[in-house]
Design a protein around this ligand. Structure first.
Ligand code: 5GP
Length: 189
């Protein structure tokens, strides 16, 4: 039987990656959908673990071959996408799958698998707090920070399109709530 899909989405900087990592540590039957991207690898990231890092032309080739379940140009010139092969690999291992994905990709996956997916929107306490977190993260250049703020402003308007909103104000509380939401959905714990 195919496992369930747990989709975490949020504006960049809202903390969804931290929440997804926490859930992966806590819930054995859950595994991470490693996306493909054409953006540059950050120092602490590992190819095949955080992302499959592709060149723009490798990425385009996979689009043309129909290898993606969904893909988006999340930032200008930076592509991100979910490979069909990744989902099948995890399902064959008997896993439920968790996604860390942008709002449009999340809606795509939700619409493709409406009966076995849960989409959770992680929201910051306020847009100002989000922009502040993003600037303190130290991963962005002034140009990429500007792009992310613009994108996050759009993404915040998507909140009511998802099954559940999860406020990430105090991280510890957000992690507990995330465990409860996902545990209930998978009927574990
Ligand atoms: P980052 O560059 O910070 O790792 O990710 C930028 C944005 O792209 C985040 O919102 C992240 O969740 C999203 N993203 C990551 N993988 C995918 C994917 O496979 N598809 C889509 N549509 N978005 C993704």
């Amino acid at each position: 039987m195919k496992g369930k899909l747990v989709i975490f989405t949020a504006p960049s900087g809202a903390g969804k990656t931290t929440i997804v990592r926490h859930l992966l540590n806590k819930i054995d039957l859950l595994d991470f959908s490693v996306s493909a991207t054409s953006r540059r690898k950050r120092e602490h990231e590992e190819d095949g673990k955080d992302y499959y890092f592709l060149t723009p032309s490798e990425f385009r080739k996979k689009i043309n071959n129909g290898e993606f379940l969904e893909w988006e140009e999340v930032y200008e010139g930076q592509f991100y996408g979910t490979l069909k092969s990744e989902i099948n690999r995890l399902w064959e291992e008997g896993k439920h799958i968790i996604f860390d994905i942008d709002v449009k990709g999340a809606l795509n996956i939700k619409n493709t698998y409406p009966d076995n997916s849960l989409a959770v929107f992680v929201k910051p306490p306020s847009p100002e707090i989000l922009f502040d977190r993003l600037s303190k993260r130290g991963t962005e250049t002034p140009e990429s920070y500007r792009k992310r703020v613009k994108r996050a402003t759009l993404e915040l308007t998507y909140e009511n399109k998802f099954d559940i909103s999860l406020m990430n104000d105090v991280l510890k509380t957000a992690l507990q709530e995330a465990e409860k939401i996902v545990g209930d959905y998978l009927k574990i714990g």
